[in-house]
Design a protein around this ligand. Sequence first.
Ligand SMILES: O=C(O)CCC(=O)C(=O)O
Ligand SMILES: [Fe+2]
Length: 345
Amino acid sequence: MSTVFSSLPVVDIHNLKASTLDTADHQALSRKLYDALSTTGFAYIKNAPLSFGQDEIFELSRDFFALPLSQKMKLAKKSFRQSHTNTYRGYFPTQPHLTPDNLKEGFEIGNPAADHNKATPAKAQKINLSESNVWPDAQLFAKQERLEQIYNELQRLAANLLSLLAAPLGKDPNFFSSWIDDSLSTLRLLHYPPVAQTVSPGTKHAEQAVRLSCTPHTDSGILTLLHQDATGGLEVLNAAGEWIPAPYIPGSIVVNIGDLMARVSGSRFKATMHRVRAPLPNPDAADARFGRFSIPFFFEPGEVCSVSIEGEEDSIVYGDYLRRKMATFVEFQEDSGYDTGTTEE
Ligand SMILES: O=C(O)CCC(=O)C(=O)O
Ligand SMILES: [Fe+2]
């Protein structure tokens, strides 16, 4: 359980830019991050060493989602288009018929440098966790290479943050190193279309009238690095049961802990519940189809990585853990509502 916070801590990580951190700076930064993640489970980080900013990453994301649905559906995962071979990476459309309070479309990519020919357990399973990425035609979307660079930078940043956390957790400095090999991290572009806020008759409490586009959840994995646009709507649950807004702070990204990392840390790190309020229609927007955009990067270990859990004798094989979790994710349920046989739209 997190603490009774009323705002989220901000941690300036400009020191990370220095290639060799002096020990005192390193320890101070480790401590600040540790304090944030062991109380609220969430923090804004500022001055991250990234080559791209808010404007670039969201322009790129808008370009993707502005593609016609027929083009995006060419990249749809097999659960939406049975004739497709991509089971894990690619596009998922909104599913208003299944989840009106989870109204989002997304595009997911994995490690661009992964060796897809390597034999992994995934090949024999329904969902291939190590499959290659799928991309729109380059004439329609020219940003594949840039997105791959962004993936690599976020992966490096997550690995650096993890290495800062090893010492305060009392772990060996290389404790997280094996998690980087063949990592299954996911970069997920998300778009939440605008939703008219209709309050059902008889709704007494403001809380019941809240329209959501992402239902309350904890992230399942290790560490999430989230870029969000300036629309607002992300809220984080404190220990008193209050939803605390986590609006965009210019120049920041949000970092939060997932369930597995909470276990690895012997519950010292908190995997805190969060949700996203549905964005309102904005008649002044340049494109009225657009509501909110966000880009979580989920840092994840490799499929065969053995993750040791504090206080538990047996370690967990990450791929097995992920498959069990995925059985509960709506984007991975078969959705015949989208399939019109084998014909492409
Ligand atoms: O869109 C957001 O701000 C949060 C998304 C999120 O929590 C998730 O994808 O796990
Ligand atoms: Fe989340």
